[in-house]
Design a binder for this molecule. Structure first.
Ligand code: JFZ
Length: 443
């Protein structure tokens, strides 16, 4: 006891000025805009949906998603299997005893992302089912309770750091189907707001705090939709304030409150697979699927070709937005072969054409359908890049191109002439050899 008193006195002594330091600081809801620059330059990121649902691969008890024999079964999204195919709570939550990703190799995941040209990675730390991929102090519905036991996020974060990728976490801050007070799908009976407040204070905010303190993410990906009511502007700001008070770099996406994101989020999040045709007044990104489903779905054969996905990437780049392309790992930790082939094909195209994408900005030129432009200042001066997604005989740029144009990949010179302040570029059909996008570099 005497020792304790002595220690307290000593601590009190050492702590002159502590009171001041510990006093709640006024936290600005706005992040320093310079912290968003990396995101604007990055253009291309990897999204990953991985969790207990990955075990089921979109099917349960002889039914495969989408399955309209269930009232709400009309979706491919395999991470939604529990409510959509009415998997009983006990069965679904019991998957925790089966989740054992013994082939998980985060280094190989991040290498695939890096080789694809991706600059950041966002994984579902917790999706709507409530299951945490890390060893959470807040909830026992987490990886520590599986046969695998080991935290999945720390080694992934380490791999991202090793390969120079930024990283972030999807966190389902309102839907939580395991927690008795979490929000449920919209067709379930509405839970009273006091109950949701319990979930909010007991699990949602503390887990966000935990994620930041344990892993120091570069961004947090929150998720709400148009008709969402739980995330009031007050709760939205409470969450933003929490993130800002713990991190001076962590970006926050607009889906923290989709219908009313306010002025303090760092970038807008489009609807799933939605590609705007105009510029927006904030940085933005499109979350996109490779299959129809986000989580790996073993019977979803709707894999998009790499060339189509590159067109989405180029569309977004030319409008100042990013492309967050999803891969759904299998429950054992491996990546599906069709996903890997597509990542490598996109990476091969970006290896020779990435100069026109990464760090580039929109030009503001109005171009015909299927033709996109970006601009960038390089060591070789200011360049204009023109993406041709299908064969055309000529392109008119509403500006004077003083130097010349060439095909970026091969260096083949391309004819052009300046007439009345416009530049007309004449394209030989022979440059369109397959359906890959041809990029011109003009200066
Ligand atoms: C949400 C999640 O529900 C989904 O599982 C996935 O994680 C995706 C990235 O985000 O998806 C949405 C998005 C929009 C609507 C519904 C679910 N919507 O428009 O109703």
């Amino acid at each position: 006891m005497r020792k304790l008193v002595a220690i307290s006195i000593l601590l009190g002594f050492l702590c002159v000025g502590c009171a001041e330091k510990n006093a709640p600081k006024e936290v600005s809801l706005k992040l320093d805009p310079s912290k968003v620059e990396w995101f604007k330059d990055a253009k291309f990121g990897m999204f990953m949906h991985w969790g207990l649902y990955s075990i089921l691969e979109g099917s349960y008890n002889g039914h495969t998603m989408p399955d309209t024999t269930f009232p709400q079964g009309n979706t491919w999204y395999a991470e939604w299997i529990k409510p959509r195919l009415e998997v009983p709570d006990d069965y679904y939550n019991g998957l925790i005893n089966e989740f054992n990703p013994v082939r998980y190799d985060p280094d190989s995941w991040v290498r695939e992302a890096k080789n694809a040209g991706m600059k950041y990675l966002v994984i579902t730390a917790k999706h709507h089912d409530g299951f945490a991929l890390w060893d959470s102090d807040v909830s026992d519905f987490d990886i520590a309770a599986t046969p695998y036991k080991k935290d999945l996020l720390a080694p992934l974060v380490a791999a991202c750091k090793k390969y120079g990728l930024k990283y972030g976490f999807y966190y389902s801050h309102w839907q939580d189907w395991e927690d008795p007070d979490g929000a449920m799908p919209y067709w379930y009976p509405w839970r009273p707001d006091e109950d949701f407040e319990k979930y909010w204070q007991r699990k949602s905010l503390p887990q966000v705090k935990e994620l930041i303190e344990k892993f120091d993410p570069d961004l947090l990906w929150f998720d709400t939709w148009d008709w969402e009511n739980h995330i009031t502007p007050e709760r939205r700001d409470e969450l933003i304030r929490l993130v800002r008070s713990l991190s001076d770099k962590c970006l926050i996406n607009g889906r923290i409150c989709y219908s009313n994101p306010g002025d303090n989020i760092d970038f807008l999040e489009m609807h799933d697979n939605a590609y705007p045709k105009e510029m927006l007044d904030k940085p933005w990104q499109t979350p996109a699927t490779m299959q129809n489903s986000w989580a790996y779905h073993g019977n979803d054969y709707n894999w998009k070709p790499a060339n189509r996905m590159l067109r989405y990437l180029v569309n977004n780049t030319s409008m100042g937005g990013n492309y967050l392309l999803n891969v759904g790992p299998k429950a054992d930790g491996t990546l599906p072969a069709p996903a890997v082939r597509r990542l490598r094909e996109m990476g091969a195209w970006l290896d020779v054409n990435g100069e026109a994408v990464f760090g580039a900005s929109p030009t503001g030129y109005k171009m015909p359908e299927g033709i996109y432009t970006t601009q960038k200042e390089n060591s070789d001066g200011k360049n204009l890049y023109i993406f041709l997604t299908s064969p055309v005989a000529s392109v008119t740029v509403p500006d004077v191109i003083a130097g010349g144009c060439e095909v970026l990949e091969t260096g083949q010179p391309i004819d052009m002439s300046v007439v009345d302040g416009e530049t007309v570029i004449t394209l030989p059909n022979s440059i369109f050899k397959d359906d890959s996008i041809v990029v011109l570099k003009c200066h």
